[in-house]
Write a protein that binds this ligand. Structure first.
Ligand SMILES: NC(=O)C1=CN([C@@H]2O[C@H](COP(=O)(O)OP(=O)(O)OC[C@H]3O[C@@H](n4cnc5c(N)ncnc54)[C@H](OP(=O)(O)O)[C@@H]3O)[C@@H](O)[C@H]2O)C=CC1
Ligand SMILES: N[C@@H](CC=O)C(=O)O
Ligand code: NA
Length: 436
């Protein structure tokens, strides 16, 4: 028996996927039964890094999604369209789908999973979060009995690669981004990586799986790394932190009888050097899950790149193939409850003002006596207590003051900042970061 794969896309991840499928030796025996039947690309004449016969290449992607011979459509195009429409078309034609496309899933999960459930087909997405790291299936299956309290992740390889090289080598942002693009880590439009959109897509997916409800992507707060400067990386280091782009989904503490609320957010964060996430470097991702009764568990591995991502893609194909082998008349309308998606309601997301966290802020001020006192008074007026205040040096004529707060409600902290901005001695707030 063989399972026919319709591959949409033969770029970084598509090529990695084809390489695995074409070299089954030493892998699970079922890989031998997976056949690359058709491959859809934009440009047939483009040289390819993998041996795919020209006869199976096509630019007619819709024909693959509709082909009665195809069992599993593997969408590795990226972008929203035509990826979304092709996924829906494949489902409508009774195909199972494997995708690495977090942008499509985080926006159109409802439409896609409703269609898939109706048709009795699977839509699998292990590659969409954390690349090769198993995190989707563990949340659905192995950790399924836990009450998840929080997920804190480094889920974007490009930005972690950039921040790591800026920290270790003092490298320039633009040069490192160009390297991440060459290595195949970055999205087609790297703004998605740099400005935190990609991480927001991923944490929305993880939050949905962990907390059992749908997430509206527009309610996920996100900030990228483009404003993180060398000065902040250096001060963070001196204070005992590293700066990471964290994606967080966390259950809020609410009063009894109040509806459950989640925080779902992405932002650069000062991570204490002793925290397990602080040592996650380069393209590596890690997802730190806290739940009851499991406690703390961390998933770590390569979050981007051809091979690792393809490992997740092919494992999804294998999962589907193994189910198809055990049913006589695929597709079966009864879906495996631990592989299908059954969410019906939307999670309630708390506004950022309600977040309680520590902050790091860097101020540029006149070098006049009493400035630190004025800052302290403005913070005190809003009940913000300070863990440390240091005058770190000068930028031209301006003094540079770095403050780290104790835990504070974000709304109060922002009110204090509004008061500080109006102080005559304060030139500007050069940066503002949250602290884990
Ligand atoms: N790169 C990575 O490390 C990771 C990527 N992902 C996700 O995997 C997916 C694929 O990413 P990646 O492999 O990097 O992307 P690439 O840009 O390297 O490859 C995209 C492929 O899709 C084809 N394609 C794109 N649009 C069309 C279209 N309109 N019609 C026909 N063919 C099209 C391209 O054809 P052609 O070759 O002819 O140009 C190319 O083969 C994305 O959703 C991405 O977010 C997930 C995890 C990690
Ligand atoms: N551009 C993404 C690719 C994987 O999802 C990243 O850098 O993590
Ligand atoms: Na994964």
């Amino acid at each position: 028996m063989s399972f026919k794969i319709g591959l949409l896309g033969l770029g970084t991840v598509g090529t990695g996927t084809a390489e695995i499928l074409l070299s089954p030796e030493g892998r699970h025996p079922l890989v031998q039964e997976l056949e690359i039947y058709r491959v859809g690309v934009r440009d047939i004449s483009k040289p390819r890094d993998v041996q795919i016969s020209k006869e199976i290449l096509t630019t007619d992607l819709e024909a693959i999604a509709k082909d009665p011979e195809v069992d599993i459509v593997v969408e590795l195009l990226g972008g929203l369209e035509p990826a979304r429409s092709l996924i829906l078309k494949a489902i409508a034609h009774g195909k199972h789908v494997v995708t690495a496309n977090k942008a499509v899933i985080s926006r159109f999960a409802e439409e896609i999973y409703d269609a898939a459930n109706e048709k009795g087909v699977y839509v699998m997405l292990e590659a969409a979060v954390g690349g090769g790291i198993p995190i989707i299936q563990p949340l659905k299956q192995t950790l399924g009995v836990n009450r998840i309290q929080a997920i804190t992740g480094i889920v974007n390889g490009t930005t972690n690669y950039i921040l790591t090289r800026m920290q270790n080598e003092g490298a320039d942002f633009a040069d490192v981004l160009a390297d991440a693009q060459k290595l195949g880590y970055a999205e087609a439009d790297p703004t998605a990586d740099v400005e935190g959109f990609d991480a927001a897509d991923k944490i929305a997916i993880l939050a949905s799986l962990a907390f059992g409800g749908r997430i509206k992507l527009e309610e996920v707060y996100h900030e990228g790394i483009s404003k993180v400067g060398a000065a902040d990386i250096a001060y963070a280091e001196k204070l005992g932190f590293v700066i990471k782009l964290l994606a967080v989904a966390k259950q809020m503490t609410v009063a009894p009888n109040q509806p459950e609320q989640l925080q779902v957010r992405v932002h650069p964060t000062l991570v204490p050097k002793q925290h397990p996430l602080a040592s996650v470097s380069g393209v590596y991702n890690a997802i730190f899950v806290e739940g009851d009764p499991i406690g703390q568990v961390m998933f770590y591995g390569r979050g981007a790149g051809a091979g690792p991502t393809a490992s997740a893609v092919v494992s999804d194909i294998l999962n589907i193939a193994s189910i198809l082998k055990t049913v006589s008349q695929p597709p079966t309308p009864i879906l495996h409850p631990l592989l299908a998606c059954t969410h019906q309601h939307y999670c309630q997301i708390a506004p950022m003002d309600e977040l309680v966290t520590r902050f790091y802020a860097r101020f540029l001020t006149n070098d006049s006596p009493g400035v630190i006192g004025h800052l302290g008074t403005a913070f005190g007026n809003q009940g913000v207590s300070l863990e440390s205040v240091v005058q770190t040096g000068f930028q031209g004529d301006l003094a540079e003051i770095v403050v780290v707060t104790h835990d504070v409600r974000e709304g109060n902290f922002r009110q204090a900042l509004a008061e500080i901005r109006s102080l005559e001695a304060v030139d500007s707030i050069a940066s503002l970061l949250r602290v884990l």
